[in-house]
Design a protein around this ligand. Structure first.
Ligand code: ADP
Ligand code: MG
Length: 324
């Protein structure tokens, strides 16, 4: 059995469960005892908050205690910390790209500059003070360190741009607003940055920045685009690549998350076997790429679920045994 430590487990019951079904022993961590995914794991532990200097040492102690071979961050929150501190985790493999890439992707302006450097098409993007006079509207005011579609405003003209730049409470960028169809591609890469698979999906419906309805599609252009982008950035492990296809067929990358996407159930149902690939990497194996090897036309429709907990008697909680 390979022991896998999940950080910021939150609500990712789907991912923890999929790794267990793939043969992992799951250890889930979160700062909040009401994070549902804690109770979906074989073992769980409450850890300090990410901004607490005790965070990495707490993870290191868990790695040692459970002989953890693989660390999988489930949110964006601790990725920079883990990518920088991966040598402090007692030899466990941290499923992240180089710290520099993680840091730059977390900042939407630096990500845009990185995309340009690597020849990856990204919509024209500026810092608020540098928007050229001839920039074509509509423009988006987007949170520079945003997530979950928070703090994104569409400005129809220069007056609205000025208004939204004053109105937004967060550090922002200004970006050309694309009119085409949005797609999301879930990739998985090995430790050398080879893309092992890329599974595109349509965005039928999103809520709060999360895809809740979508369909896997075997779109060769999107598979090639995602492989290209992932390999030129040196992605390691999972990443979710978001792009728009414009009327003339060109693609622009708008956002990349170096973790399992919110739509994880779809590439899983389509046969991507990403948990198995992650476990193979942790065992030191070198699985061969099988790009395009997945089922198209699989439709995902997501819904809320719930868990009832009861006191354990020692201040902790445990799942309520299902009624007989
Ligand atoms: N340049 C753009 N043009 C049109 N829509 C965009 C653009 N950038 C983002 N969006 C929309 O806003 C959503 C969130 O933006 P994104 O860049 O993915 O930020 P995050 O997911 O980190 O909040 C996207 O899924 C997309 O629907
Ligand atoms: Mg996004």
């Amino acid at each position: 059995m390979t022991a896998v430590l999940f950080t910021c487990a939150g609500q990712r019951v789907d991912i923890v469960g999929a790794f267990r079904r793939a043969g992992a022993t799951a250890i889930a961590t979160d700062a909040n005892p009401l994070a549902p995914a804690l109770y979906a794991a074989d073992e769980h532990a409450l850890v300090p908050r990410i901004d607490d200097p005790g965070y990495l040492p707490a993870l290191r102690a868990l790695v040692q205690e459970h002989d953890v071979q693989l660390v999988v961050p489930l949110t964006d929150l601790d990725q920079v910390l883990l990518a920088r501190g991966c040598d402090e985790l007692s030899g466990a493999l941290v499923l992240l790209p180089a710290a520099e890439i993680v840091e730059r992707l977390e900042d939407k302006y630096l990500a845009h500059v990185l995309f340009e450097e690597r020849g990856i098409a990204s919509p024209p993007t500026w810092l608020p003070g540098n928007v050229p006079d001839d920039a074509a509207f509509p423009l988006l005011v987007k949170a520079r360190h945003g997530f979950g579609s928070r703090h994104i405003y569409r400005a129809a003209d220069r007056a609205q741009l000025g208004f939204f730049l004053g109105y937004t409470p967060v550090d922002s960028i200004v970006q050309a607003c694309l009119a085409g169809e949005e797609f999301s591609i879930d990739v998985f890469c090995d430790l050398e940055g080879r893309c092992l698979n890329a599974i595109p999906r349509t965005m039928i419906e999103s809520k709060g920045g999360e895809s809740i309805k979508g369909m896997s599609i075997k779109d060769e252009a999107l598979i090639e685009l995602a492989r290209d982008v992932a390999e030129s950035l040196g992605v390691v492990g999972p990443a979710n690549i978001q792009c728009f296809r414009e009327a003339d067929g060109t693609h622009f990358i708008t956002d990349i998350n170096t973790r399992f996407g919110g739509g994880f159930p779809l590439p899983l149902a389509a046969g991507g076997r990403y948990p198995e690939l992650a476990l193979a990497l942790a065992r030191g194996e070198r699985p061969e790429p099988r790009l395009g090897d997945f089922r198209e036309g699989i439709v995902m429709t997501r819904f809320f679920s719930d868990l009832s907990l009861t006191p354990n008697g020692d201040g902790t909680l445990k799942p309520l045994a299902p009624a007989e």
